[in-house]
Design a binder for this molecule. Structure first.
Ligand code: UDP
Ligand code: MG
Length: 143
């Protein structure tokens, strides 16, 4: 699974009408979309997705934010996907993100930071499975 990662265009970026721009940057960076959908997370789902952060001071606010509107999870494929995608999106805090990164361009703040990216191959596999059934991942295209 070391060629896949999970991206999410978060509710702030959807609300700010950045879906198209963000997908364009992702595709131009050489990632292939394997699956994509728009979904409004329930409280239960957001809590489960961010379970790893449940003891962090920002957890409750994070769950509120991620349930505040629709988001767009995207399963991506590329060699070295996890690391390359995190490079593309930049630091968690947009104030610290490099020029030209997705968060520098489109995030509002460290909390409302436009996009999610998996942090390891192991978590990428889990996070893709959280949103997509195996059969929803498109294989072998373009033909
Ligand atoms: N977050 C926050 N305050 C913080 C750190 C993180 O609100 O001080 C939010 C932010 O939306 C971030 C998410 O919690 O994307 C998950 O945090 P993580 O440390 O995993 O950052 P990421 O992997 O998204 O860069
Ligand atoms: Mg993280």
């Amino acid at each position: 699974m070391n060629n896949k990662t999970l991206a999410i265009i978060k509710p702030d970026a959807v609300n700010d009408n950045y879906i198209g721009e963000i997908i364009s940057l992702i595709c131009k960076a050489g990632f292939k979309i394997k699956a994509l959908k728009m979904i409004k997370l329930s409280q239960e789902a957001a809590k489960a997705f961010y379970e790893i952060h449940k003891n962090k001071p920002f957890y409750n606010d994070l769950v509120e934010y991620m349930t505040s509107g629709p988001c767009v999870p995207i399963a991506l494929e590329k060699e070295n996907a996890v690391e390359d995608y995190r490079k593309l999106i930049g630091a968690t805090d947009p104030a610290k993100a490099a020029e030209g990164t997705v968060r520098k361009l489109y995030a509002r703040s460290v909390q409302y930071n436009a996009v999610h990216g998996s942090d390891s191959d192991e978590n990428a596999a889990k996070e893709i499975a959280f949103f997509f059934a195996n059969k929803e991942l498109i294989e072998n295209y373009p033909a």
